[in-house]
Design a binder for this molecule. Structure first.
Ligand SMILES: [Zn+2]
Length: 240
């Protein structure tokens, strides 16, 4: 937000507070049973909502001040420090930013998953579904055994049926949604696979001039190619 916008916001808030004061001081409010009292109370509520939404533009640039009861309030929008905010305001143009890079917060192992959750959030961004899960370590039971799930930050996104997942130790890309009936897919390092099998996999392993592994390119099988290869004209695509 530009400096000018801050000035505009400050002015808007001042105007709003004047209106709120005006409404709250109206003598009609003293008589609870009068119809005017109801209207003024309603007006006050609506202005309060406007305050909440205007406040979303505030990044609390000027810090906080203590009020008489010792609570910290933003010098610009008057919001409580650290108060829960239920809405996000994003600019339509330019870079959108939600939150900051959250990492596990503790070395402790928590008794169950619920207690270990640090962040779980998701967004649908122009057709891409993105989720971020951050958790501390926790104890879990797997096949009647107690195991510890390590702390982790897991980023997962889906684009046109392709799934990509990144955690602390692995980066996984899946081209096909998991078929529950055929169970977990097989996994093998390239050196373990027979040449015949490798030839079918459209993978390019990238390395630099010091023979260091750089990355992988996967050529996405086009639905048309698959259709011709299988000789079937009807290919049912999995929509997600
Ligand atoms: Zn503020």
């Amino acid at each position: 937000m530009k400096k000018d916008d801050r000035t505009v916001l400050k002015r808007e808030l001042r105007r709003l507070w004047r209106s709120m004061d005006f409404v709250s001081r109206n003598p009609a409010l003293n008589d609870e049973n009068s119809p005017e009292s109801q209207i003024f109370a309603e007006l006050y509520q609506q202005l309060g909502m406007l305050w909440e939404f205007l406040g979303l533009q505030c990044r609390h640039w000027d810090g906080y001040r203590k009020n008489r009861s010792g609570t910290m309030l933003c010098r610009i929008c008057g919001k409580l420090r650290g108060a829960d905010e239920y809405w996000l305001l994003l600019p339509r143009k330019g870079n959108k930013s939600i939150g900051s890079k959250t990492m596990p917060t503790s070395d402790e192992t928590f008794p169950h998953k619920r207690a270990a959750v640090v962040l779980r959030d998701s967004i649908n961004f122009h057709g891409v579904h993105l989720t971020v899960d951050v958790q501390n370590a926790y104890r879990s039971r797997l096949l009647d055994r107690d195991i510890t799930i390590a702390s982790d930050r897991i980023v997962h996104f889906e684009e046109s049926g392709v799934e990509c997942m990144s955690d602390t130790h692995t980066l996984r890309i899946r081209l096909r949604a998991r078929d529950q009936k055929s169970g977990l897919p097989y996994g093998a390092f390239p050196s373990e696979l027979p040449r015949k099998l490798i030839k079918q996999f459209p993978i390019l392993l990238e390395y630099d001039r010091h023979n260091r592994f750089v990355g992988v390119t996967i050529f996405k099988p086009s639905p048309g190619a698959r259709m011709r290869a299988s000789g079937k004209m009807k290919v049912k695509r999995r929509d997600r």
